[in-house]
Design a protein around this ligand. Structure first.
Ligand SMILES: *Cc1c(COP(=O)(O)O)cnc(C)c1O
Length: 443
């Protein structure tokens, strides 16, 4: 293993000639529906740097969408996954089990909120975890309806498209969608008509009223929410919203599911974002940050709920693959050893200070928000709150051209989001923020 030098380097246009050549080959053979934020072809990555085929080194503010929180070549992940690769790549846990799977479930029981008896089931992708959470909740409650929220994102499979709020690009033309899915308001503080201080109480009252009047609480199997909404724009539901909805679920025998696929595993400065308001979900879905880049996901929750599905009812050929489990154990080891929760909080401190200063200078910055290393700026038209997706795209492009990888998100396409690896050096973090500031000056 060769460690990637932790410094930005731009030696060609971005994308450079070799990336452009590969992009032409890709366009001839990879389906057009699979997009890329920035078509520079990766050769190495680690820490806070992504190196491309032309020898450019980009500062990484994306972590492959909140996945490589421990870096893209973390020592413990590489060591444990390599050792597992040499022993066996697969046996199928449903055929002959192995210890790594059990160890990951033990770790999940220890790290997730609540001290009740917990069990887990492992899968490959986030969408698969969410689908299985719905299966489990329906088996447990013997009810069918599922409640989700405005701006929510839960995946690209048929059921999770139905659960996802935004049409383009996730759903357009791909219906019909799964039935018995109902969407209710979320406390989006920045855009709540009567202001962020009222959003928690008013939005939860509206959501609960809609559930009672339009669905009937007794028909609801699960309420699924991201404790910090990811693709929808890094929206932290205003204070009081999550506790009110969780309490309503509890009072009505509804399974409360926290989708922590993006917000979990130290990303927000806590193991799980729902800890911020003391929420103990019945089920929690995890993926992305869990395994240092290897494909793994999980549903973890109250033992009596998790055990409601009949034997053989949950699983999948590759679910909880042994190499991915080894990666997860390496990733969790790294998070504990380097105290990546503290690192995430430090990243928040640095980023929020710099971004607030930028907000004071540029009136297109409507809101600076997020927690830990899950931070965003929402961009608006000067003098109001109209979304400004054009400036967002222009800023992202300007950052890319100087070697800073940033991502966008938001229902209105007007949010720049920052998800650096939690192991990024502070010098790189500050350099990235310098580049962002220069991008603002230029746009
Ligand atoms: C990314 C994401 C998913 C889907 O995960 P995949 O691994 O892409 O299927 C689901 N929920 C949330 C909150 C996510 O951020």
């Amino acid at each position: 293993m060769t460690a990637v030098p932790q410094e930005r380097r731009v030696v060609t246009a971005i994308p450079g000639p070799k990336s452009q050549e590969l992009q032409a080959r890709r366009n001839a053979t990879v389906a057009a529906g699979v997009g890329s934020v920035l078509p520079v072809f990766t050769t190495r990555a680690g820490g806070g740097i992504i190196e491309d085929v032309d020898g450019n080194r980009l500062i990484d503010f994306g972590s492959g969408i909140a996945v490589t929180s421990v870096g893209a070549s973390a020592e413990a992940v590489v060591r444990r996954a390599s050792a597992q690769l040499a022993e066996f790549t697969h046996s199928c846990f449903m055929v002959t089990p192995y210890e790594g799977y059990v160890e990951v479930c033990e770790a999940l029981a220890e790290l997730t909120p609540g001290d009740h008896a917990k069990k887990s089931a492992l899968f490959n992708s986030g969408a698969e975890a969410v689908e299985n959470a719905v299966k489990i909740a329906r088996a447990y409650t013997k009810r069918q309806a599922v409640v989700v929220f405005d701006h929510g994102y839960h995946g690209r499979t048929n059921l999770t498209m139905a659960l996802t709020s935004k049409n383009m690009p996730y759903k357009n033309g791909f219906g019909p969608f799964a039935p018995e899915v109902y969407r209710v308001p979320v406390a989006y503080g920045y855009r709540w008509p009567s202001g962020p201080e009222n959003a928690g109480a008013e939005a939860s009252a509206q959501a609960i009223d809609m559930i009672n009047k339009q669905i009937g609480a007794d028909n609801v199997a699960a309420i699924i929410i991201e404790p910090v909404l990811g693709e929808g724009g890094f929206i932290e539901p205003a204070k009081g919203f999550l506790p009110a909805v969780a309490q309503f679920a509890k009072d009505n025998g509804i399974v409360f599911v926290a989708d922590e696929i993006q917000s979990g595993f130290c990303r927000t400065g806590q193991w799980f974002a729902c800890e911020n308001e003391g929420i103990v979900p019945d089920l929690i879905t995890t993926a992305k940050g869990i395994a240092g880049g290897l494909p793994l996901s999980a549903v973890t929750g109250r033992a009596e709920i998790m055990d409601a599905a009949h034997s053989g009812g949950l699983g999948g050929t590759y679910g909880g693959n042994p190499v991915a489990c080894a990666g997860a154990l390496g990733s969790i080891e790294t998070m504990k050893e380097l105290d990546l929760n503290a690192k995430a909080r430090r990243i928040e401190e640095i980023m929020k200070a710099r971004l607030t200063a930028i907000q004071e200078k540029y009136d297109i910055v409507g809101d600076v928000r997020g927690r830990g290393a899950m931070i965003a700026v929402e961009l608006v038209k000067p003098g109001g709150k109209d979304p400004n997706p054009e400036a967002t795209a222009a800023l992202a492009k300007a950052c890319h051209s100087v070697g800073l990888l940033v991502l966008t998100c938001g229902t209105y396409g007007n949010v720049l989001r920052f998800l650096p690896p939690l192991v990024i050096g502070e010098d790189l973090l500050n350099e990235g923020l310098d580049l962002l500031e220069q991008a603002f000056a230029g746009v």
